[in-house]
Design a protein around this ligand. Structure first.
Ligand code: MN
Length: 255
């Protein structure tokens, strides 16, 4: 699946792909009928959680400064950031210091999402309602665009709010955010920063195009191995069945 021409211009202009192991958006991502989402815990200058929703061949992205909350009373600031390439959804590693967004990135959640209405209308109105079916986050959420940027920063600010449903949890006090374990590799932030442990299991990319456990810039290595097609193993077919079950759950919720 190729991203639309020009869609990643801002993303690419902010990064030097000779110095960061982040993808430039040229890896092939498996086409799929459902929409995928990822949340990346990012220890940049300030720790935040990047929410990315697949739409029209890119990831619409928001930096959620304090992370998502299961408590419907909490309204979490979500700063709109540039569209990211879909292969970014498999990135886990460390962006070198001095580079844009320098710091460690952990795949904190991922799965499927479905809009609760027309994405075009909801984005225009600044009231995006959707359901998530991830490893950690489930159920109905809303992103509400704030009218004025009271900080005068020129940024577009939204609020991420959990809708009341069977997955909301009043008084959760961010218990969920205490889970410091990658959904893709099982690694803690410290292990990822050290380049140790298992490499992340791909979700967006073909297996061979996956990121290494020590995904930081290395001058003696290309940014990525070329994706290769492989006949699926029995284990992989099992994983596909599991994924299909999840997909049905999201579809049922989206109705
Ligand atoms: Mn970030």
């Amino acid at each position: 699946m190729a991203s639309p021409p020009g869609a990643l211009k801002i993303y690419r202009s902010k990064r030097d792909f000779a110095k960061t192991a982040e993808p430039s958006g040229d890896r092939r991502v498996a086409p799929i009928k459902l929409l995928r989402f990822v949340i990346q815990k990012h220890a940049a200058t300030r720790l935040h959680y990047d929410l990315r929703l697949e739409l029209d061949g890119v990831f619409k992205s928001w930096a959620v400064t304090r992370g998502p909350s299961l408590d419907p009373h909490d309204r979490r600031l979500a700063v709109e950031v540039e569209d990211h390439p879909l292969d970014y959804g498999d990135f886990e590693g460390t962006i070198p210091k001095g580079q844009y967004g320098g710091g460690t990135v952990q795949l904190w959640d991922r799965g499927y999402w479905a809009p609760e209405g027309s994405t075009e209308n909801m984005l225009r109105k600044g009231d995006l309602k959707f359901v998530l079916e991830g490893t950690r986050l489930h159920g109905s959420w809303v992103l509400v665009r704030m009218r004025n940027d009271k900080f005068g920063s020129g940024r577009t600010n939204w609020l991420l709010i959990k809708h009341r449903d069977e997955y909301s949890k009043e008084g959760d006090q961010d218990a969920l955010l205490a889970e410091d374990k990658s959904v893709a590799s099982g690694r803690t932030m410290a292990q990822i920063a050290a380049g140790k442990g298992r490499k992340p299991k791909p979700f967006m990319l073909a297996k061979r195009a996956a990121f290494a456990a020590d995904a930081v810039w290395q001058s003696n290595r290309g940014a990525a191995a070329a994706p290769a097609r492989r006949k699926s193993s029995p284990a992989k077919r099992g994983a596909k069945t599991k994924r299909a079950t999840k997909k049905r759950a999201v579809k049922a919720k989206a109705r």
